[in-house]
Design a protein. Structure first.
Length: 89
C-alpha cells in the first residue's frame, strides 16, 4: 500500500504505525519518515502509568520516557542487538 501511495501520490506525506522497530526501519528504507512503532510506545505508556501509580513524579516519568525515545530508541536497540537486514532471511 505504501509503495502505491509513493508511486501514485508522491506528494502525500505518509504517517503510519507499525508493530515494532524492525518494521519502522523497513519503512524508512522505503522513504517513509513518519512511522510510529507501537511496541515500544505502548510499553513506554504502560510503564509511565505503573510509575505514576507508584508515586513517581510526572516530570521524572517524562524524563525517562524521553531518554528511551532518544536517538530513535537507541537504548532499546542496544538491548535487542543489531537489527537484521530485510534480506537476511
Amino acid at each position: 500500500m505504501i509503495g502505491n501511495l509513493q508511486t501514485f501520490h508522491p506528494k502525500v506525506p505518509v504517517l503510519t504505525t507499525v508493530t515494532d522497530l524492525f518494521q519502522c526501519d523497513e519503512l524508512r528504507r522505503m522513504g517513509v519518515l513518519q512511522a510510529v512503532p507501537l511496541m515500544p510506545e505502548g510499553m513506554l505508556n504502560f510503564g509511565a502509568q505503573v510509575l505514576g501509580r507508584l508515586g513517581v513524579a510526572p516530570d521524572e516519568i517524562e524524563r525517562h520516557g524521553e531518554a528511551l525515545r532518544a536517538d530513535d530508541y537507541a537504548l532499546l536497540r542496544e538491548v535487542g542487538g543489531a537489527i537484521p537486514a530485510a534480506d537476511a532471511h
